[in-house]
Design a protein around this ligand. Structure first.
Ligand SMILES: [Zn+2]
Length: 439
């Protein structure tokens, strides 16, 4: 039954659950999940004992603050399967994310975990605007990365028609989006931009296609980039969030109704914000590091996982009717933060300053070099095809961009204006920072 005043939801009962019921459900599930991890994972038991806690010391949700955090190092130290809480034979699927150094982070799923993931990804895609029967063009990478298969099974669970493209082969992607009549595009925002640009180059009016929504995630992106993607693709661009350590995509999603903060699925996850320095929990609305505890995962229960993502939560009622707390747009990951001459800079801040700047395309790359004892940052940007390309004009544009960036991020950086097409394009996850500092 379609009622325009009632946005479609995959699981309306769960998604609109009154706060009191949601809290009671969370407490019940949290107790069970803590006991599961404590009994089945020696590493977790040792950490609980060192902190002087046990599952039965938890009386309320706030008591979670006494429990130890889990960090990426815990996964590394127990590589590959040491945090699994079920016999390996019950794990039906493995995924892994490439670490910047050494071994990947390995995660596993039981049958029930895979079902949960499909359900939550179906919920996420519906929240982002997908409907049963839609053609979903899935350009997230397939393989060990959770993005491709996560979106794939979620879209099937929602009873959509999935086109399992994975990344790359962009001209072919455009052709099939046009020929099949995709309604929803799943991709990283940087790759969606690449698709839009390639379509324009092919003479395909992508904004005129039936495409209605983009479910974009797996990298931080800015509000100006959203507006740019919406204009280029003729869609509503919606932010989705997840991380493999917790589930993969499907942890939280913006609703296409409000496009303001991502509903975190609280019946399956407990969200906290902590001070990234002191690690003490912060009140609702304060900015800090997002910490997530899984409530129903079997193979890999996570207790207070430090995401490194800096954000805030909002419990303001949402226009869509969902009651789940909203994770406001992630400013950046702590690990991605650059410190340039003592000033903290996130690549997404630079993106927000550049997108829409007159004479510039939306592509950029940050290059870090050493300038004596200090780190120096150069931002490589690209002029648009209709901007003059002579040396004097480029120098003038670079000067204007440098001035603008200084006013936004508070630090002077070099700016190099490149010819159209000369900044590398994203094939999946964008490489925003090129580090050329010799160690
Ligand atoms: Zn909403």
């Amino acid at each position: 039954m379609s009622d325009e005043s009632q946005p479609f939801m995959f699981d309306r009962d769960a998604e609109t659950m009154p706060r009191g019921n949601l809290t009671a459900l969370q407490l019940r599930r949290l107790k069970k999940s803590l006991a599961h991890a404590y009994l089945k994972v020696p590493h977790v038991r040792r950490k609980f004992e060192a902190a002087g806690v046990a599952p039965d010391t938890l009386g309320s949700l706030a008591d979670i603050a006494h429990f130890p955090f889990t960090e990426k190092a815990d996964l590394r130290d127990t590589y590959p399967f040491g945090l699994f809480a079920v016999p390996r034979e019950e794990v039906l699927r493995l995924h892994a994310s490439s670490g910047t150094t050494g071994k990947p982070t390995v995660v596993g799923y039981t049958r029930a975990d895979l079902d949960l993931w499909s359900d939550l990804m179906a919920r996420t895609l519906a929240c982002a605007g997908a409907r049963p029967g839609d053609i979903v063009h899935n350009a997230y990478g397939y393989g060990l990365f959770t993005g491709g298969l996560g979106a794939h099974y979620g879209a099937e669970r929602l009873r959509c028609t999935v086109v399992p493209m994975s990344g790359g082969g962009t001209e072919r992607q455009v052709m099939l989006m046009r020929d099949f009549g995709a309604a929803v595009l799943c991709a990283t925002p940087s790759y969606a931009l690449n698709i839009a640009e390639v379509a324009a180059g092919m003479g395909v009016d992508i904004a005129g296609l039936p495409l209605r929504y983009g479910a974009f995630g797996a990298e931080p992106w800015s509000e100006p980039m959203r507006r740019d993607l919406e204009a280029r693709l003729g869609i509503k661009a919606v932010d989705i969030y997840g991380l493999s350590e917790i589930l993969g995509p499907g942890v939280a999603a913006e609703c296409h109704v409000a496009q303001s903060g991502l509903h975190g699925w609280e019946d399956h996850f407990l969200f906290e914000i902590v001070d990234p320095e002191t690690l003490t929990p912060l009140p609702m609305g304060d900015v800090g590091e997002l910490v997530i505890t899984t409530l129903t995962k079997e193979a890999l229960p996570m207790v207070r996982y430090r995401t490194r993502d800096i954000t805030r939560l909002s419990d303001e009622p949402c226009a869509c009717g969902r009651t789940h707390v909203r994770i406001m747009r992630v400013t950046g990951r702590n690990d991605d933060m650059l410190i340039i001459r003592g000033v903290n800079v996130y690549p997404s801040q630079i993106e927000a300053a550049l997108v829409g700047f007159a004479g510039l395309g939306p592509h950029y790359q940050i290059v870090l070099t050493r300038d004596g004892p200090l780190d120096a940052m150069t931002v490589e940007v690209e002029r648009t095809g209709d901007a003059p390309g002579d040396a004097a004009a480029c120098a003038r544009l670079a000067g204007n961009v440098q001035h603008h960036l200084k006013s936004v991020i508070g630090v002077t950086c070099g700016v190099v204006v490149k010819a159209p097409g000369k900044v590398p394009r994203s094939q999946g996850k964008a490489v925003r920072v090129k580090d050329e500092r010799a160690n």
